[in-house]
Write a protein that binds this ligand. Structure first.
Ligand code: HEC
Ligand code: HEC
Ligand code: HEC
Ligand code: HEC
Ligand code: HEC
Ligand code: HEC
Ligand code: HEC
Ligand code: HEC
Ligand code: HEC
Ligand code: HEC
Length: 309
């Protein structure tokens, strides 16, 4: 009984709608001008409003009230984003009783076309997307975001980080399972603390710190200094000349399993450790002692040219 009533009401509403759209056709200069965007070319397809979409897409429309595109947008600009801001004018689709080919369908559109739609509003904050490794590889907005079926509360992500990223970057997962690793799987950091998936001006989609330094110094400011006596590779080759950024089998995320072999990567050639007059502790053949037991301030020092305490 209720079902009949609902159908009857729906029929009534649609009938009213069709009457209304006929009226629009009859007087295109007046009513259509009110609902069309100013720069739209004359077309038989015009806007019908979100209430109309809700007649047939009820569940999806109800959920949309809490979508950041309604809620957040209202808060920010005072203007909510409506169904047709993304899907385009819906009149032809409605009058055909739901012909999929008569409305913009994100599910079948190519990534490039989808991205252009989204970027028509989001270009301001994501201006580098087309040039990014993701943009160039054909990874599009809807590979990571879902407007209607997001599984997270944050940023309309399809699934939360880091799982989202691991779905494609399976090899990276292994490095975060190393004995020493940045606690991404534990939720202390996110991939996007260091990378901007929408692109940056750096290689590897890397972010920078607020003062435009390497991303690492956003959280480890003390490692960068400034120091009176700097250890040059910090600036010339960067943190990753000695540390793996994701994870490492070695303590302190070092790239070598013992500190000495790390140091000797650069210091053998320039220092003659066995030359007469060299302190014996520098002779690796005589004595094996971790370089950083003496050169403790390895990132740089304000007190000592040789990085002692
Ligand atoms: C008269 C009922 C009706 C109205 C009103 C209506 N739709 Fe639809 N819509 C449908 C039906 C039915 C389908 C499914 C067509 C199919 O599966 O072939 C559909 C499909 C779609 C699709 C494609 C879905 C897919 O699975 O690919 C989109 C997008 C869509 N509608 C958006 C809208 C928007 C936006 C509005 C408002 C402007 C709207 N619809 C109004 C009936 C309607
Ligand atoms: C008509 C303009 C418009 C279009 C088109 C549009 N957006 Fe938005 N989007 C907004 C506005 C306005 C907000 C509200 C919050 C804000 O100002 O960031 C928003 C919010 C978002 C947010 C949430 C931001 C947060 O902090 O949680 C995401 C994610 C997003 N949009 C992704 C997309 C994607 C993906 C597309 C394409 C499928 C898209 N948008 C298309 C205008 C638009
Ligand atoms: C590879 C996955 C991925 C792709 C592709 C992607 N995003 Fe995102 N997006 C994210 C993640 C992760 C976040 C949350 C972290 C952050 O802000 O970077 C996010 C956040 C956002 C936000 C909210 C925060 C902000 O920076 O404004 C908006 C809006 C957004 N994305 C829009 C888009 C648009 C538009 C596209 C396509 C041009 C897109 N995204 C492509 C993963 C992606
Ligand atoms: C911010 C842009 C945006 C807005 C606003 C928007 N959609 Fe969508 N719509 C999408 C995207 C992107 C998809 C592809 C699936 C997804 O990401 O969830 C989609 C998919 C759909 C589908 C296909 C079925 C499904 O569940 O995926 C329908 C139907 C639909 N939208 C109707 C609507 C209606 C009705 C409204 C207004 C209440 C609306 N859309 C508002 C971007 C948007
Ligand atoms: C839909 C698959 C997909 C998802 C999801 C995805 N990526 Fe990617 N990513 C790619 C592809 C494809 C490339 C380009 C080819 C490559 O370099 O591996 C890429 C490139 C990258 C690069 C640059 C690699 C380089 O060598 O320049 C980084 C960094 C990256 N992605 C991080 C992320 C992060 C962080 C996330 C999660 C927020 C993520 N990706 C989600 C597919 C994806
Ligand atoms: C602590 C900062 C940090 C975090 C967190 C981080 N990355 Fe990275 N990532 C980097 C740096 C730095 C590089 C560049 C390494 C280089 O150039 O030698 C990099 C490189 C990459 C690359 C390029 C290929 C490679 O392995 O060198 C991909 C892909 C990538 N990261 C994906 C991810 C994903 C996915 C996550 C989350 C699961 C993540 N990253 C978390 C800092 C980070
Ligand atoms: C978003 C903040 C953040 C960023 C960016 C970041 N780290 Fe970390 N880092 C942490 C946290 C949190 C820890 C864990 C500290 C702990 O476990 O006590 C950590 C731990 C470390 C450790 C191990 C310290 C120890 O005592 O064992 C090293 C080495 C390190 N980070 C280097 C880097 C490098 C190199 C980069 C850039 C590629 C970087 N970090 C970027 C937050 C960050
Ligand atoms: C020349 C090699 C080298 C470079 C370059 C380097 N580090 Fe280190 N770092 C080390 C060594 C060696 C240790 C371990 C010191 C020890 O054994 O006590 C270390 C330790 C750390 C620690 C652990 C806490 C601490 O201070 O002992 C953090 C965090 C860290 N480095 C961050 C960074 C960051 C951020 C950068 C880039 C700005 C960087 N490192 C560049 C060699 C380097
Ligand atoms: C990536 C190359 C590189 C690595 C790795 C490296 N250094 Fe250096 N180090 C340099 C350069 C370049 C200088 C500048 C002076 C020079 O040319 O010898 C320097 C300078 C020094 C100085 C100061 C010399 C002086 O009196 O001017 C000390 C002490 C030092 N390093 C110790 C270490 C120790 C200990 C390690 C291992 C934890 C290490 N370095 C790892 C490149 C490196
Ligand atoms: C027992 C403490 C100790 C250990 C261990 C040690 N050093 Fe030194 N290092 C010193 C002292 C003391 C000096 C200053 C010597 C001088 O000024 O004549 C020095 C000087 C240096 C210098 C500057 C040399 C120059 O010619 O100006 C470098 C580079 C250096 N050490 C690298 C290393 C490396 C690499 C290791 C590990 C293989 C190491 N040190 C282990 C105590 C130590």
């Amino acid at each position: 009984m209720r079902r009949w009533l609902t159908l009857a009401l729906l029929g009534f509403a649609l009938a009213a709608l069709f009457l209304k759209s006929d009226a629009v056709k009859a007087a295109p200069q007046t009513q259509a001008a009110l609902v069309k965007p100013v720069d739209a070319a004359p077309t038989p397809n015009s806007l019908v409003g979100s209430e109309t979409c809700a007649l047939c897409h009820a569940d999806l429309s109800k959920k949309f009230d809490s979508n950041p595109h309604s809620a957040l947008a209202l808060m920010h600009g005072g203007k909510g984003v409506t169904c047709e801001s993304c899907h385009g004018p819906g009149q032809a689709h409605v009058e055909s009783g739901g012909d999929k080919t008569k409305i913009f369908d994100f599910l079948t559109a190519t990534p490039k076309v989808v991205d252009a739609k989204c970027l028509s509003c989001h270009l301001g904050t994501h201006a580098n997307f087309d040039r990014s490794a993701h943009g160039l590889a054909g990874v599009g907005c809807t590979n990571c975001h879902s407007n209607h079926n997001a599984k997270t509360d944050l940023h309309l992500l399809k699934i939360a980080e880091p799982k989202l990223c691991y779905t494609c970057h399976t090899d990276v997962k292994a490095s975060f399972s190393q004995p020493f690793h940045h606690k991404v799987n534990e939720g202390v950091l996110a991939c996007s603390d260091c990378h901007n998936p929408h692109g940056t001006l750096q290689d590897k989609l890397l972010r920078t710190s607020a003062d435009q330094n390497a991303v690492c110094t956003k959280c480890h400011a003390e490692a960068l200094g400034p120091f009176v006596y700097e250890h040059p590779p910090l600036k010339t080759e960067g943190c990753t000349s000695c540390h793996f950024p994701h994870g490492s089998p070695n303590p302190r995320l070092l790239t070598r399993n013992n500190v000495n072999s790390l140091c000797l990567q650069c210091h053998t050639a320039s220092m003659n450790f066995s030359a007469p007059g060299t302190p014996s502790f520098h002779n690796q053949a005589n004595q094996y002692q971790s370089c950083t037991t003496c050169h403790t301030q390895i990132h740089g020092s304000n007190a000592n040219v040789d990085f002692f305490k």
